[in-house]
Ligand binder design. Structure first.
Ligand code: GDP
Length: 444
């Protein structure tokens, strides 16, 4: 995940000042020196660092802070707010056209993740905004790029408009727009050609497409892992073709976060989405506030809730509640729950979204727990349906067989059965307590 080093350093620095009953200018100066180092180490643009430090310092030594009852916490709040501002303040939503179709142009250098992001974006717009997208393959220089988009389209069952490589991109886009109208697509996403470097011909081609299609959004796709190069590319594209937003890809592999922290400030264009993996669902709207909060170890409960809402089936959740209430849940339900949690993404990423999770020792080993989940699944899957409903019938012989069938050990089978039993007992106690409580409430 991004910002690992920065998060650690900033949290360490702010921890020192947070609890202070008195803060003087020297304290702030010392803190800002450390903040400055942390940002530089995260590969943040130097000019951006300078401005950030200046802003925070001015606010932090203001009279209302120094005289307040909790100056340490106020300083932390200032850092958090400025970090949020640095990344753009509010989340910037996608601009849909008043009159359909909305046209989105994807631009960027080769390898940045443009084609992948085109597919991801279409999937996201369909899932979250109920749109019916048409993808357009306009990279006529690389047949492989057209093929790649077509493959993604098949995988997502989203149509791809392509006319091969013997025709100009402008003509392709013109015909694609006609087709979109005929087939009632409300979003058209154009995957344009990439190059290894920014060059004249490419820029002219992009301008020509722009002139014809008058896109509602021009998204520049840049690779977060390239750090300040990504910032330079963004500046370059913004000055020559003009962009409306940035999609920062490969944030999952970028441990420093310099591009994410600099792009907005340097280009004055918002980061609208971030790519966080190779899967087609690994694209997320970028929320500066939540990101700042994560960097400072304050968690990101909003994203966690959204993930749960997007992945957990509401009907199932209700069913589960009922089963808990009537104490009729089985190991099958337990398995179901495990699988729902897994759908939300890697466990360690989820844990990092919880406030204070950075202080939990051993979180680095969360990966191991994921393996553990897999083993638990295997154990349950090796049981018969009757055993899953009434685990009490599993005798020693069956425990041995289940361990063998699932490639685990008898101890692991025993542990799971005990845990399940404990859970049942706990739920029973809770239900009893609740019922008693309810009775009491009803008494006159
Ligand atoms: P293009 O040349 O700009 O069209 O780049 P591609 O879409 O072909 O992507 C280049 C490589 O980056 C592919 O292997 C993608 O799977 C990978 N990629 C794209 N976005 C992400 C991301 O957000 N995270 C990770 N880990 N890989 C990504």
């Amino acid at each position: 995940m991004a910002f690992e080093g920065l998060a650690e350093r900033l949290q360490g620095t702010l921890q020192k000042i947070r609890g202070k009953g008195k803060v003087n200018e020297a304290d702030v100066k010392e803190m800002m020196r450390e903040v400055r180092f942390a940002l530089i180490e995260a590969d943040v643009n130097l000019k951006v660092v300078r401005e950030f430090v200046k802003k925070v310092s001015e606010k932090a030594v203001g009279q209302d802070v120094l005289k307040s009852l909790t100056p340490g916490q106020q300083v932390v709040k200032i850092v958090q707010d400025e970090l949020t501002n640095l990344m753009g303040g509010e989340q910037e939503p996608i601009q849909f056209a008043r009159k359909a179709p909305t046209v989105i142009m994807m631009v960027g250098l080769q390898g940045a993740g443009k084609t992948t992001t085109t597919g991801k974006l279409a999937a996201l717009l369909r899932k979250r905004h109920n749109k019916k997208p048409l993808l357009v393959a306009a990279d006529v220089y690389r047949p492989a790029a057209i093929q790649q988009l077509e493959t993604l389209g098949k995988q997502l069952t989203i149509p791809v408009f392509s006319l091969g490589t013997d025709i100009s991109p402008v003509d392709i886009v013109r015909q694609a727009l006609e087709q979109a109208e005929k087939e009632h697509h409300d979003v058209v996403i154009v995957d344009t050609a990439g190059r290894l470097h920014v060059d004249e011909t490419l820029m002219q081609e992009l301008k020509d497409i722009q002139e014809l299609a008058t896109p509602d959004e021009v998204f520049l796709v840049v690779d977060a892992m390239t750090g300040q190069d990504a910032v330079n590319v963004a500046q370059n594209f913004n000055e020559t073709v003009g962009i409306s937003g940035v999609v920062l890809t490969k944030l999952d592999g970028d441990t420093r976060g310099g591009a994410a922290l600099s792009i907005r400030s340097v280009t004055e264009k918002p980061i609208k989405f971030v790519g966080v993996g190779e899967h087609m669902d690994a694209l997320e709207p970028f929320h500066p506030e939540r990101m700042a909060s994560r960097i400072l170890g304050m968690g990101d409960v909003m994203s966690l809730i959204e993930k749960a809402q997007a992945n957990v089936d509401e009907e199932k959740a209700k069913e589960m509640e009922e089963k808990f209430r009537t104490q009729t849940f089985t190991l099958d339900d337990f398995l179901d729950q495990l699988q729902q949690v897994k759908k939300m993404g890697p466990l360690d990423e989820l844990l990092k979204m919880m406030p204070g999770a950075n202080k939990i020792k051993g979180l680095e080993n969360a990966q191991v727990d994921e393996k553990q989940m897999g083993r638990v699944e295997a154990v349950i899957q090796s049981m018969t349906p009757a055993e899953r409903t009434t685990p009490e019938i599993i005798n020693a012989n069956r425990r041995r067989r289940i361990a063998k069938g699932s490639g685990t050990s008898i101890q692991e089978v025993n542990r799971l059965l005990k845990q399940f039993n404990d859970m049942k007992k706990m739920v029973k106690q809770m239900t009893n307590m609740q019922q008693k409580g309810n009775k009491r409430m009803k008494m006159p």
